[in-house]
Write a protein that binds this ligand. Sequence first.
Ligand SMILES: [Mn+2]
Length: 424
Amino acid sequence: MIDKTTIAAANETAESALRAEYDALGEALDRRGIDIGAVKDKVSAYGIAIPSWGVGTGGTRFARFPGTGEPAGIFDKLDDCGLIHQLTGATPRVSLHVPWDDADPADLIAKAEETGLGFDAMNSNTFQDQPDQPLSYKFGSLSHTKAEVRQQAIEHNLYCIELGRQIGSKALTIWVGDGSNFPGQSNFTKQFERYLASARDIYAGLPEDWRLFTEHKIFEPAFYSTVVQDWGTNYLIARELGERAYCLVDLGHHAPNVNIEMIVARLIQFGKLGGFHFNDSKYGDDDLDTGAIDPYRLFLVFNELVDAAGTPGFDPAHMLDQSHNVTDPIESLMNSAMEVQRAYAQALLVNRTALAGFQEENDAMMASETLKRAFRTDVTPILAMARLEKGAAIDPLAAYRHSGYRAKVTEERPASGAGGGGIV
Ligand SMILES: [Mn+2]
């Protein structure tokens, strides 16, 4: 973590310019009937979870090029996540991935308190084999043809729930790599029946105040078919399992050009939107930084979320899920958290009364312009003011670079291996 006085000193030099920009934006928004303070308060209250695996350097099927000072385990990861939250004030929770982050619950709680963090959804891992694991997931986990493999995967998920219960988590996210690589390799129907039966056993072990999230993915690691391939199958799972089962939407897990915001609207309409894994993509599940490729799409997703705000029971979980191959993961995660906040703030600026009127009158041009006007507004001063007021950094990237944190942890932490693939 960084000394608070360092952040305060950096903020002091930037504060007067920020106040001038904030006031100017406030006047402009006031002319549009928007109270900038109300928008800022909502942005300030917004938080997004960091995935523990995000603070390590990712990789591709080809190689992984490790950065320096990479976290060696969950406690290092929590240090990095704590710093991200300290500088941005936007990432109060961490999402653990088991068994990568398996540890004594008391130690996890103590470290979370030290770093000012809480725990978000637990993530199970049955897409790779662990060193001490009796049975292999090479041909699937929850949908495997052999009952004993399925049982092993079920028990792992129940273990994740129990660990999560002890550290204050309230949700389990299941993502499986199950699928097939050749036409004919698997019977689609039987495979999905096996998956559903396994998922029911996990759902039965869910505490009353927990939610179960299932995440669809169009392809990979199975290249011909995956069991939970799209939002339709995901919706069927949530409907089959019960009222505490919801669909998680990972933006990268769709074919290019899929209308994700419309999927979001459908899931909201039928009460099954559980949450998000935010990232961006150009070609497939390339896990690029949120907002790096298509910030307008991100805005359109948030437009649906703001539109649905206040619906009873509507409480989607927000998390980043990215792979950082060429950047410092801390910088990418800070930037991405702020991009998500930006999309949220822009969506709050949409004149919804005017939009509804244009929709009713079939005025496509003005409806589109209503959204564009909100999207084109530079809300940077709102985000920065929210950070300043909570003691975070006006400019988190500059403060981070100035702090020398990476150089410090590079001295303290052992170098991690390069090795082969590193898809995370
Ligand atoms: Mn994901």
